[in-house]
Design a protein around this ligand. Structure first.
Ligand SMILES: *[C@@H]1O[C@H](CO)[C@@H](O)[C@H](O)[C@H]1NC(C)=O
Ligand SMILES: *[C@@H]1O[C@H](CO)[C@@H](O)[C@H](O)[C@H]1NC(C)=O
Ligand SMILES: *[C@@H]1O[C@H](CO)[C@@H](O)[C@H](O)[C@H]1NC(C)=O
Ligand SMILES: *[C@@H]1O[C@H](CO)[C@@H](O)[C@H](O)[C@H]1NC(C)=O
Ligand SMILES: *[C@@H]1O[C@H](CO)[C@@H](O)[C@H](O)[C@H]1NC(C)=O
Length: 494
């Protein structure tokens, strides 16, 4: 929860600084250019026939939030009840205009039937609708449903399998639950299995119409990313056997999602990827021009060799990033913030080098480290906090839930232009004067972020040994307000 509060704080700061023009910022609405797959429930539970015009109107309004065009957003539209009917494919040029998509919606929603089969709906999305995706843009599947999937006929295993496949393909799945039924516990459970935390409830189409701009924000990448200058982003991806083949596909799907939401380009963000198990394997440096587009990076992630290894040596991967990416030869650009994202499911091998001998090198280069742990958090929380500092460690309970972290991680990556604090260094030994101190460093990789983001003291002191004795003595005659002296931050001495 602390993380969220700090994040909110960082975002607050960013919104104040958003007016500052950022050189190299990607132009226009490019970050909300999507392959958008609509899967719309047209069962009778939507109620009276007279609602059909309303349904059409709201769906049309929805589509109008995205700029449909040949090189903008593409839309595939399907309606379902018992079976799902796909009305157009994403890459059908006849639907590269808003008018064509609006007319399609108008002409395909005409009668309501029953029952609801979410498994069949997702099967079509997976096997048919997603076939027309582009590598250059993010894919989002929006399921709009009353949620009342037939309890006996629905094949829930098949449904879960399609959810897994859709996520592994790097598409985000967002569920909009319409009507009061969707909110009942037993339907909620099913919708949560599909959308995770990305399930939003509306009492009806009227309410969805009113909340349409909110829905747009959910579907588009966070606005901090639109304001973000280009960055040099390193991905360190664990590929040890403990992850397992199925989860590894979900991990790749999550990477595809992130890579789709960044603006990758020659003058924009550059990415470098290191896969690691026992040894790190550098896939590309920042400077490699073959990977200066979203399409190329997503193609590369898709094509990763799927062999998993063991054991985990996170230290070696971090050292590799320091030596091969965050260097001049690695293509580290001055003026572009440095970010490192570590994705791992476990602890590093006990023979690893201490992180305290590695992390300062990265921090000295202004690298903002974000660690994402998947699985049993308690097992590796301490290690990840040592690597990234407590505020930039995120955890998903399992690989299915990794996609719930999409917005938070992306926000964290894109807010890197502000300065930030490293983790506290260990306390110093007790001095003769009876004080021990610990420090942290304000890090910023461009003049742009100088100091913003670093709120609070850079150094803390506390009494120890004779100092502690003196402090206890003092406390007996303490003047009001004086007690803070021992703990309060002092200006840095360097
Ligand atoms: C961005 O979106 C606005 C509408 O919100 C539109 O008028 C404008 O043309 C778009 N800009 C680009 C570069 O696509
Ligand atoms: C929708 O279709 C009806 C006829 O079925 C037509 O009268 C109406 O103008 C159409 N509306 C839009 C927005 O295309
Ligand atoms: C949109 O989101 C804001 C803030 O999250 C919320 O206060 C508002 O009620 C939402 N509007 C609708 C119509 O859902
Ligand atoms: C990148 O920026 C440089 C200098 O600002 C400019 O000359 C070049 O045309 C830009 N390249 C692209 C692909 O935008
Ligand atoms: C990190 O890289 C720098 C050179 O860019 C090097 O001087 C330093 O020793 C490296 N740190 C570690 C821990 O390898």
């Amino acid at each position: 929860m602390t993380t969220l509060r700090i994040l909110a704080c960082v975002l607050g700061i960013l919104s104040i600084t958003a007016a500052v023009p950022i050189s190299g910022a990607p132009g226009g609405n490019s970050s909300c250019k999507l392959d958008l797959v609509f899967v719309v429930d047209v069962t009778e539970s939507i109620r009276e026939e007279k609602n059909i015009p309303k349904v059409i109107e709201v769906l049309q309004l929805f589509v109008q939030q995205f700029h449909v065009s040949a090189d903008g957003t593409h839309v595939s539209f399907a309606t379902f009840a018992d079976e799902s009917t796909v009305h157009n494919s994403l890459n059908d040029p006849n639907y590269y205009t808003e008018d064509a998509v609006l007319a399609l919606i108008n002409s395909t929603i005409n009668k309501l039937t029953r029952p609801t089969r979410l498994d069949n709906a997702l099967k079509k999305a997976d096997e048919v609708q997603l076939n027309g995706v582009r590598k250059s843009v993010s894919t989002v599947v929006v399921l709009i449903t009353d949620g009342r999937s037939h309890p006996r006929d629905t094949n829930f295993d098949a449904l879960r399998d399609h959810v897994y496949r859709i996520k592994s393909r790097g598409a985000r799945l967002i569920v909009i639950g319409i009507g009061p039924a969707a909110q009942r516990e037993r339907y909620r459970r099913v919708l949560k299995e599909i959308g995770g935390k990305d399930v939003y409830y509306f009492d009806g189409y009227d309410e969805l119409g009113l909340g349409i701009s909110n829905s747009t924000e959910i579907i588009c990448p966070p606005s901090t990313c639109k304001d973000s200058p280009g960055m040099d982003v390193a991905f360190l991806v664990d590929r040890t056997k403990s992850i397992g083949d199925v989860n590894y596909q979900l991990l790749k799907g999550f990477l595809l999602q992130l890579a789709g939401a960044l603006t990758i380009g020659h003058n924009a963000t550059h990415t470098g990827i290191i896969l690691f198990a026992k040894y790190p394997s550098l896939k590309n440096t920042f400077s490699d021009p073959n990977f200066h587009s979203n399409a190329a990076v997503r193609h590369q992630i898709d094509g990763f060799d799927d062999t998993l290894g063991r054991p985990t040596f996170t230290d070696r991967a971090l050292i590799e990033a320091n030596l091969s990416l965050f260097t001049e030869e690695g293509g580290d650009r001055t003026g572009f913030p440095n970010v490192l994202i570590l994705l791992t499911d476990g602890q590093t091998n006990t023979a690893s080098k201490p992180f305290s001998e590695i992390i300062p090198s990265l921090e000295a280069k202004g690298v903002r480290i974000i660690a994402v742990g998947v699985g049993d958090y308690e097992k590796f929380q301490d290690q990840l906090e040592e690597i990234a500092g407590p505020d930039r460690v995120f955890n998903a309970f399992n690989f299915q839930e990794l996609s719930d972290l999409f917005h938070v991680i992306l926000n964290e990556i894109c807010s890197t232009k502000a300065g930030w604090y490293s983790a506290w260094r260990p306390w110093s030994p007790c001095s003769d004067a009876g004080i021990k101190t610990r420090t942290r460093t304000c890090i910023y990789s461009t003049p742009h972020g100088k100091g913003i983001g670093c709120v609070g003291p850079r150094m803390e002191t506390k009494p120890c040994g004779v100092g502690a004795k003196r402090a206890r003595g003092l406390s007996e005659f303490r003047l009001p307000g004086k007690e803070k002296d021992w703990n309060f931050g002092h200006p840095s001495t360097d």
